[in-house]
Design a protein. Structure first.
Length: 641
């Protein structure tokens, strides 16, 4: 991985190289090698490398091509190296680092080169003759890239730290983005959590010249259904895509690779595929499972289970080259790592309760000197998509003879009649009718704004912004399987998180379920395949048969991450209360938060009421998210006492 920086002063100036180097020094935690810069008149581009790939040994810094006309810096792992080398006539064994290969592609194909790259990347390409800078990120944003448009200059860096190294860039929070965060508003547009700092959006290209900046998406996947002829053909195709996605992410891995392993299909799929592939090179998979604290009095919810270790160990036992490591986070206060998270990620953490076990796994991985961690974060939207959104489509189009056996199958697989009815007709109801239906079934309607700790004075503005973006803050049921997944894939930007994991633990996080070829394939698979026979996630279950443990395939309940979240929270009540005091004393933070409600939650701490679903809604979600956002705003405002 690589830290990038660049500084362009439109009116000339001799400080561009100095500023570029300053930005790299500001990002030193994200690199190991000596920084390198290239100055071309009024612009300087730089990079500082953290070697992760075999070809990184050929990386000599910013790469120059087209007789000096083009200069490129890239933070990249390009997965389709062989096909690119073949198309470029280089031979599959070309001794090129990934940045040099990207530059060859830019020379050959012009701006179209970005769409031909598969992998995780962020890049900047300077064209001297056209006096133009091109910035781009991979389709899901696995690598970060930020920029600032200043008076007479333009600067970019991998992380906000690089831009904040410049005296001209303000250091202040963005109130609107942090308020959006409180109500889980998806990240859309270039705004970040810092004032004056923008991001290159995932799957976008930004063109910068003296006339300004324009951004446009380059990734527009096909959504027309793929016709393969038989159910077995889809299964074989998914297996092939999965194995290729995992194999791509084993590039540069030594004898051991780390992996998250829960009780769910996605992490089991990734671990099993990795174990099969690593066995061919006599390698191992070190699989980490978060387990609840002993004697925690776990909360069991209908349709879910609290301890995933049994299912995880069942799959691990199938492979002699999987070392299974159980990790507990009972002693980790969700407030204790706030400063560290701010420093590493430079954005508020969405789920503080989950970060406790996440950090615990990272600590164990670092102790074992692992460099790569495999995850399955995007699997619910690709590999193991449930297919439920197809039901209202069948109902709305009058294909009831096809819908009826699916509904019967769902009922056989544990779905209640109320749940089936809500999924089938819910998307066709008005908001009022939907609320009435929930009331009839004694279900509480969700409301992202009302359930948060956002300042009540901001609620209407948030509702208006959500409506303008076509978002439903009431989380009503929806239809349109591919469209819903595509929108969900674009909700969250993982770049800062991934870069922070590298700085904090030396871990390169790689998600095979976010592989572009796998995602594009799954978006085109007919919805029927995902819910065949009334079994949600049917395609994944069939594809993983014989690879993961049978109990994993048979499990239809949802595993609860950090099921013992309240144990650590209860122990750290004083820490949370102290952080709240600091937030309340910080005007920018308190202006976006409902401090009255936050104070009441702390004062009325549950004595024995953690079993109540309202406690999870109020404390795990609303309170901890407010603490995360408030802490970020407090730190970004300079209120560090």
């Amino acid at each position: 991985m690589t830290a990038l920086s660049g500084f362009w002063r439109f009116d000339g100036g001799s400080d561009v190289g100095e500023n570029c180097a300053r930005m790299l020094r500001g990002q030193s935690i994200y690199s190991k090698d000596k920084p390198a810069e290239h100055v071309d008149g009024a612009i300087a581009l730089g990079r500082a490398l953290w070697k992760m790939l075999p070809e990184d040994s050929y990386d000599r810094g910013p790469v120059v091509g087209a007789e000096g006309r083009l200069v490129l810096v890239a933070d990249a792992r390009i997965d389709n190296r062989e096909s690119l080398c073949s198309d470029l006539g280089l031979g599959t064994g070309a001794l090129l680092c990934d940045a040099a290969l990207i530059l060859r592609a830019a020379e050959a194909w012009g701006d179209d080169f970005v769409g031909r790259l598969i992998g995780d990347f962020a890049l900047a390409l300077w064209d001297r003759d056209r006096q133009r800078l091109l910035l781009a990120r991979d389709f899901l944003g696995q690598r970060p890239l930020h920029y600032h448009q200043g008076e007479g200059f333009f600067a970019f860096a991998s992380m906000p730290k690089g831009l904040h190294a410049l005296a001209e860039v303000p250091y202040a929070p963005n109130p609107a983005s942090n308020a959006d965060f409180l109500v889980l508003m998806p990240q859309t547009g270039p705004e970040t959590f810092f004032e004056g700092i923008s991001r290159v959006e995932p799957g976008h290209v930004c063109i910068v010249d003296r006339n300004g900046l324009r951004s446009q998406p380059y990734w527009q996947p096909r959504l027309d259904p793929l016709q393969l002829g038989s159910n077995d053909a889809y299964v074989e195709a998914l297996r092939e895509k999965l194995d290729l996605a995992v194999a791509r992410r084993l590039r540069g891995v030594g004898s051991d690779v780390g992996a998250h392993l829960s009780g769910g299909l996605d992490s089991n799929a990734v671990c099993a595929s990795a174990a099969r592939l690593m066995a061919a090179r006599s390698g191992r998979v070190v699989a980490f499972t978060s387990v609840p604290a002993k004697g925690a009095g776990l909360i069991e919810r209908a349709g879910s289970f609290a301890d995933e270790s049994g299912l995880a160990s069942a799959t691990a036992a199938l492979y002699s080259n999987i070392e299974h490591v159980a990790v507990t986070a009972e002693d980790r206060s969700p407030a204790a790592s706030l400063d560290r998270h701010f420093f590493l990620y430079e954005r508020p953490v969405t789920n503080l309760a989950n970060m406790s076990w996440w950090d615990g796994i990272n600590d164990e991985a670092r102790a074992r000197r692992l460099a790569v961690m495999l995850t399955g974060q995007a699997g619910n939207l690709s590999l193991s998509y449930a297919g439920v959104e197809w039901l209202p489509q069948l109902f709305g189009s009058g294909r009831w003879l096809k819908l009826l056996p699916l509904a019967m199958g769902l009922h056989r697989n544990g779905w209640t009649a109320a749940r089936i009815a809500g999924s089938v007709i819910g998307p066709h109801l008005s908001r009022g009718a939907w609320k009435a239906m929930l009331k009839a079934f004694k279900r509480r309607p969700q409301d992202l704004i009302a359930d948060s700790c956002v300042n009540p004075e901001l609620e209407q503005g948030l509702e208006d912004r959500a409506r303008a973006r076509g978002l439903d803050t009431k989380l009503g049921p929806r239809q349109g399987s591919a469209e819903i997944r595509l929108a969900a894939l674009r909700r969250y930007d993982p770049g800062n998180h991934n870069k922070g994991m590298l700085a904090g633990w030396g871990l390169d996080f790689r998600d095979p379920t976010a592989d572009r070829a796998l995602v594009e394939f799954c978006l085109r698979v007919p919805a029927e395949q995902f819910i065949l026979g009334g079994m949600p996630r049917s395609l994944a279950r069939r594809a993983l048969s014989g690879r993961v443990a049978e109990p994993v395939l048979a499990e239809t309940r949802k595993g609860l991450q950090a099921a013992d979240w309240y144990v650590a929270l209860d122990r750290s009540r004083s820490d949370v209360a102290e952080e709240f005091r600091r937030i309340a004393d910080c005007a920018p933070a308190s202006s976006i938060l409902d401090t009255r409600r936050l104070g009441a939650l702390i004062d009325n701490w549950p004595a024995n009421g953690w079993q109540d679903p309202a406690a999870e809604r109020d404390y795990r979600n609303a309170l901890l998210r407010a603490v995360s956002a408030g802490h970020f705003v407090r730190k970004a405002s300079g209120a560090n006492s």
